[in-house]
Structure formats: C-alpha cells, structure tokens
Design a protein around this ligand. Structure first.
Ligand code: CP
Ligand code: NVA
Length: 302
C-alpha cells in the first residue's frame, strides 16, 4: 500500500488529485461520509497536537472509520518495544497507521514493516499533511502555478513539506531564514529538481527583501517541539525575520498570510498580522480536516 511520509511520495498528478478531492470534500462532505466503514486507523502522537489530532480523528470518523488514538508514552516507540515490532503489531489490528514522531527514520522503519499505508503526521523532517492544507488554502485564492510564496523563519519540517509541495505544483517558493537555519540540503536539491520539471522555482536566501511582491507570506514557530531549550537563543537570532505589518506590506497588495499554528504571538509574527483581514490562518486550520479526508480517499481507494 502507498505511504505518505513525504509530500514527494506523490507525483505531481497525484498531489493535484488529492488537492482536488480535498476541495470537493469541503463542498460536499456527504459524498464520502461512511465510505470506509469498518476500517480502523491508528493515530499515534509522540508530541503534543491540537489541529492534527482533531482533524485526523474527525476526518476518519466522518469516513466511517474507527480511530484509535495512542500517545507516545503508552507505546514507548523504540524504548518499550522495538520500532519494527510496534509496526508489525499495529499492522495486525489497523488498516492505516498515522503517526507524529520525533525521528523520521522511525516512520521509514514502520513503513518497511507494515502492509497498511503509513502517514506522517509530523516528524523532524516533514509535515506533509500540513502542506496539503496549505496548498488547498492557497488554491482557494489563486491558481497555484501563478503563485509566489515567501516562507520566513526556520528551515524546518513545515518549510520542507511546503517547498516540495510548491515545487511540484509549479509555484515559486522563496525560503528566507537566518544564516545556519536554512532547509536541509537534500530537501532543497529535491525541490529544485521538482521545480525544474513543473516550471516552478525554489530560492533559499537570508534576505527578508525576498518577501517583496509575494502572493503568500508564511511563517512557523522559531523553535519547534523538542527544541524548547533553544528558544531563547533563537528568539535573538530570528528577530529580523518576524512577520510584521511593515514586512507584510511589502508583499503583493492582495497577498495572504498563512501559519500552520500554533503561533507564538509577538515572536515569529505580530498579533496584527495574525488578525489581518488577509490572514487565512483559520481557513488553513479547517482545511487540515478536508485535506486529510482527501488523502485517506486517495490512499485507501474510492
Ligand atoms: N499545525 C499543526 O500540526 O498543529 P498541531 O501541532 O496542533 O497538530
Ligand atoms: N515546526 C513546528 C510545527 C508545529 C505544527 C513543530 O515541529 O513543532
């Protein structure tokens, strides 16, 4: 069965199909209600979650599935039990496995040892379900292939998935980070290759002037879950990359603001920008629900 550990596990056509399905489901949730009645999905969280926990649990229940929510400390992935054994046990009970983990390698091990589709609900490397909702939200405002996205802040999991998804969708993405916090070279190289095929463009820079004219301005927290002890140092290093009204005003006059949430108001973005009339952060959060349904329909079959 197909896994979704990375946005790039899809080809551009599949990605577009899932996004189209997510948009259709948003218009008519009844069309897929109960479609997977009797199937069971494991939703496993090694880190905190609000949006991902709720959207995945509600989406799978709406599709008729039985969601089984598991917390990291109950399972002890790689500690209480070997990762491959956890995968084989889960696989005996569950028809789909969706996991939020610290270590992306654990997802790869699980995917290697489970026949059921494995879905990444956020790892240190990627947050692909977030990227689906991000692209869905952008597509609600303008055609993806004509869109310039400026992502500011840490070259992290959210940045990685957005880069890959944007590159596959023919978009131009500018990733603007402090020196030393650029996205991983491997992800950047992959995104550049995907963009070369789609007609998109990928730029990584340390210069916030790259926000100029962007149709989408996106940021995420400067210290991700698990990096709390770096937060103070990062707050100093990243201060010039805060999305302020002044910076947002350099974007396209119709440009939208996105944030995967949770936001740290006053750190990576000001209160004013979060509450700006062109902030789409709560549409984006809502779209996590529709995008996850679109994903499940694609992975589990119609
Ligand atoms: N955006 C997102 O994944 O939010 P949670 O961490 O609350 O799930
Ligand atoms: N980069 C953040 C995203 C949270 C949804 C983190 O990993 O904590």
């Amino acid at each position: 069965m197909k896994d979704f550990l990375s946005v790039a596990d899809f080809d551009p056509t599949e990605l577009a199909t899932v996004l189209a399905r997510a948009a259709a489901v948003k218009q008519d949730a009844g069309a897929v209600a109960g479609r997977f009645r009797g199937l069971r999905i494991g939703l496993f969280f090694e880190k905190p979650s609000a949006r991902t926990r709720i959207s995945t649990e509600v989406a799978s229940a709406d599709l008729g599935m039985v969601p089984v929510v598991l917390k990291g400390d109950e399972i002890g992935l790689g500690k209480r039990e070997a990762v491959e054994d956890v995968a084989r046990v889960f696989d005996r009970y569950l028809d789909a496995l969706a996991l939020r983990v610290y270590d992306h390698e654990h997802l790869r091990t699980i995917a290697d040892h489970a026949a059921a589709p494995v879905i990444n609900l956020l790892s240190d490397l990627e947050h692909p379900c977030q990227a689906l909702a991000d692209l869905q939200t952008i597509a609600e405002t303008r055609p993806l292939e004509e869109t310039v996205v400026a992502y500011l802040g840490d070259g992290n999991n959210v940045a990685h998935s957005l880069m890959l998804g944007a590159a596959m969708s023919g978009m131009s993405i500018r990733v603007i980070t402090p020196p030393g916090y650029e996205p991983a070279d491997g992800v950047r190289d992959h995104a550049v290759k995907l963009a070369a095929k789609s007609g998109g463009d990928v730029e990584v820079t340390n210069d916030v002037a790259a926000v100029a004219g962007a149709h989408v301005v996106y940021t995420d927290v400067w210290a991700s879950m698990g990096q709390e002890d770096e937060a103070e140092a990062r707050n100093r290093l990243f201060a010039g990359y805060r999305v302020t009204t002044e910076l947002f005003d350099t974007a396209d006059p119709a440009g939208i603001f996105l944030h995967c949430l949770p936001a740290h108001r006053g750190e990576e973005v000001t209160h004013e920008v979060l509450e700006h009339p062109r902030s789409r952060i709560f549409d984006q959060a809502e779209n996590r629900l529709h995008a996850f349904k679109g994903l499940l329909v694609h992975l589990l079959g119609t």
